[in-house]
Ligand binder design. Structure first.
Ligand code: GTP
Ligand code: MG
Ligand code: ZN
Length: 339
């Protein structure tokens, strides 16, 4: 083996320079269009598709524009309001991200919040007689809505399967209505009972959450009869083909408003909120918080707990407290919630 050669200071500098140039070239190649010169005027727009590093932005005139994004502006997602400019290649480049009114995020592998969708102001939670509903999952979704600060609707789908006695099933969820959530019965398959959802989304941007098999795709198809047409227009604008099975997409509803759909968003799960956040996430706890004997009451075994008192007095549903305690325990273990 050759003896390591001692390099002079000048040689070391030269090698350093060459490596630096290589890094720069590599970075430029990787960045691709991101380095393209923005030459058009700055314009406003909204992200309607995000597929990795590719975006479709709808401009002020409703035209779809294929865009990339500067790397130093944060992470634009579906629903974001942005500033973009035309580049010398004729495509667009997103140069700024405007403030969000809300963001649905989930932690990535390193525990940092990764945004999934922005400026959502309605959440639709779908449940059904089959698969058997998980009240724990429903409560996680409701906590999400409370923490983002947006209204949630609970839609019970497949009511056509309930036969002559739908009340027995529907009554199991009546306590959600008592604490102010809208609870509706629908059939996506028969397109029955959808008006409250259409009304709730008019002039708003919603997303649909629910476990596998409850009928999310069926409901999206019922709400968006022209979905294929919209997908076609979007894939034409991106030149990416029919990509939308994986990409987060914001569709325009025929009666007004928008629905954001993506597998990633649909399977959204909360992870590790703080105890205080969870307390805020159960809206009916509010009048009792701060009224327990101990300031740091866990609402579990402590004497003179105002929350447990409210459960005993029939003001809080026992399952809600149970799910709260379970969520606190799961968050403290640092694990993801099980459904
Ligand atoms: N009877 C009845 N069946 C329905 C209704 N809505 C959906 N289904 C059926 O339920 C099954 C699941 O529906 P999907 O729309 O695929 O459910 P999903 O929530 O998209 O499921 P994932 O994509 O796995 O998350 C399908 O066989 C649908 O035909 C309904 O209103 N009534
Ligand atoms: Mg589906
Ligand atoms: Zn307490």
């Amino acid at each position: 083996m050759a003896k390591p050669r001692r390099l002079s200071k000048r040689q070391r500098e030269r090698i350093g320079q060459i490596q630096e140039q290589r890094r720069e070239r590599l970075h430029k190649r990787a960045a691709g269009d991101e380095d393209a010169k923005a030459q058009g005027v700055e314009q406003g727009g909204e992200v309607v598709v995000r597929n990795g590093r590719h975006f479709v932005v709808i401009d002020a005139e409703g035209k779809l524009r294929e865009c990339v994004a500067r790397t130093n502006i944060g992470h634009p997602v579906c629903g974001d309001r942005v500033v973009w400019q035309e580049t010398e290649t004729g495509k667009g480049i997103i140069t700024a991200l405007l403030e969000r009114s809300s963001v649905l995020a989930r932690p990535d592998f390193s525990g940092r919040d990764k945004p999934l969708a922005a400026n959502i102001d309605r959440l639709i939670i779908l449940i059904a007689p089959q698969p058997e509903p998980s009240p724990y999952l429903i409560d996680q979704y409701l906590v999400t809505a409370e923490l983002i600060g947006i209204p949630a609707i609970i839609a019970i789908n497949k009511v056509d399967l309930l036969g002559d006695d739908p009340a027995t099933f529907l009554d199991r969820f009546g306590h959600y209505r008592e604490i102010g959530y809208s609870l509706i019965a629908i059939s996506a398959k028969r397109e029955h009972g959808l008006d409250p959802i259409i009304e709730c989304l008019r002039d708003h941007t919603g997303i649909l959450l629910g476990q596998s098999g409850v009928g999310k795709s069926s409901l999206i198809n019922a709400l968006l009869p022209d979905r294929d047409v919209q997908v076609g227009m979007l894939s034409e604008a991106t030149g990416l083909g029919r990509h939308t099975t994986s990409a987060a997409t914001r569709y325009t509803l025929p009666h007004g408003g928008h629905l954001i759909d993506s597998p990633g968003v649909r399977s959204f799960r909360l992870a590790n909120p703080s105890r205080g956040e969870l307390e805020r996430g159960f809206r009916e706890f509010a009048p009792y918080l701060g009224r327990c004997r101990f300031a740091d009451c866990r609402h579990d075994q402590e004497p003179e707990c105002a929350i447990r008192g409210a459960v005993e007095a029939g003001k809080i549903h026992p399952d809600r407290l149970g799910n709260f305690l379970h969520m606190v325990a799961a968050a403290e273990r640092g694990t993801k919630f099980e459904g």
